[in-house]
Ligand binder design. Structure first.
Ligand SMILES: [Zn+2]
Length: 227
C-alpha cells in the first residue's frame, strides 16, 4: 500500500522500532528520528508520518518521553502487541493453509490485517495448532519475542570468524524479503562471517559451503543467534 496506512500499521512499525535488536534500527531515539524511520519503513513522506504520530499521541497510544522521543503508552503497547501477533498468525494461515510462499505471506497479511476480528484470529491460531513463529521467524508471543531479542544480533554487527544461526528476517521491505528467500538466507540456516568490507558496504559470509558477499542493508535485516 502506497498510502493510507492504518493506525495498526503505524503501531506495528513503532513496535518494531521500540524493541530493536542490537543497535539497529533506532540510532538517536529522538522524535524526528522516529518519524523519519517510520516514514522510511512505511514508504510515506516524513510529513505524513509526523501527522499520524500526532494522531497516535492524541489517541493516547504514544507519548513523549524525557527527550521528546515518542514512546508507546501501556495502551499503545498492548494494542501494538495484538497487531503484531495477529499479523504473524495470519501469515501462517497464508503459508500453512493457503499455500503462499513465506516471501509472499507478509504483504498479503498486511492486506488482510483488518479483515479478521480478534475472535477469528484466535480460531485460526487454534486450527493452526498455535504456531510459535511467523514464517520469517518472528515469535507469535510478544513477551517471548522481547525476551529472545536479548540473544539476537543483526548479522551486520558480527565480527569476522563469528558463526551464527539465522533466526528472523526483517520483513517490512518486500523486495529484500524475496531476495532473502531467493538466496537461501532463511530461518534455521547457519552462517559464518568471513570478512567485513565496510568501505564497500558489504560483508563476506560462508553459507552452504560457499563464500558470498552480502550488502549492508541485507546484513542489517538478518537477525541471528551467535553460536
Ligand atoms: Zn513474518
Amino acid at each position: 500500500m502506497a498510502q493510507g496506512h492504518s493506525i495498526d500499521e503505524y503501531l506495528e512499525t513503532i513496535y518494531f522500532l521500540a524493541f530493536p535488536i542490537g543497535e539497529y534500527p533506532v540510532a538517536g531515539g529522538s522524535s524526528p528520528t522516529l518519524a523519519s524511520r517510520v516514514a522510511e519503513m512505511l514508504r510515506v513522506s516524513r510529513a505524513s508520518a509526523g501527522e499520524m504520530l500526532k494522531r497516535l499521541e492524541r489517541e493516547g497510544l504514544i507519548e513523549r518521553g524525557e527527550h521528546k522521543e515518542a514512546l508507546l503508552t501501556d495502551t499503545g503497547r498492548a494494542r501494538a502487541e495484538r497487531v503484531v501477533r495477529k499479523h504473524r498468525i495470519i501469515e501462517r494461515l497464508l503459508t500453512d493453509f493457503m499455500g503462499y510462499t513465506a516471501a509472499e505471506a507478509h504483504v498479503h497479511a498486511d492486506a488482510l490485517g483488518d479483515t479478521f476480528t480478534e475472535d477469528m484470529v484466535e480460531r485460526i491460531d487454534e486450527r493452526l495448532g498455535h504456531p510459535e513463529r511467523c514464517p520469517h521467524g518472528w515469535p507469535v508471543d510478544p513477551d517471548f519475542e522481547q525476551e529472545e531479542n536479548k540473544q539476537l544480533a543483526p548479522l551486520a554487527e558480527l565480527e569476522p570468524g563469528a558463526r551464527a544461526t539465522i533466526v528472523r528476517l526483517a520483513e517490512h521491505d518486500g523486495d529484500l524479503l524475496h531476495w532473502f528467500y531467493d538466496e537461501g538466507l532463511v530461518p534455521g540456516r547457519e552462517i559464518e562471517v568471513r570478512d567485513a568490507q565496510p568501505a564497500a558496504g558489504q560483508i563476506t559470509v560462508r553459507l552452504n559451503g560457499a563464500e558470498r558477499a552480502i550488502g549492508e542493508k541485507a546484513a542489517a535485516g538478518l537477525f541471528v543467534k551467535p553460536a
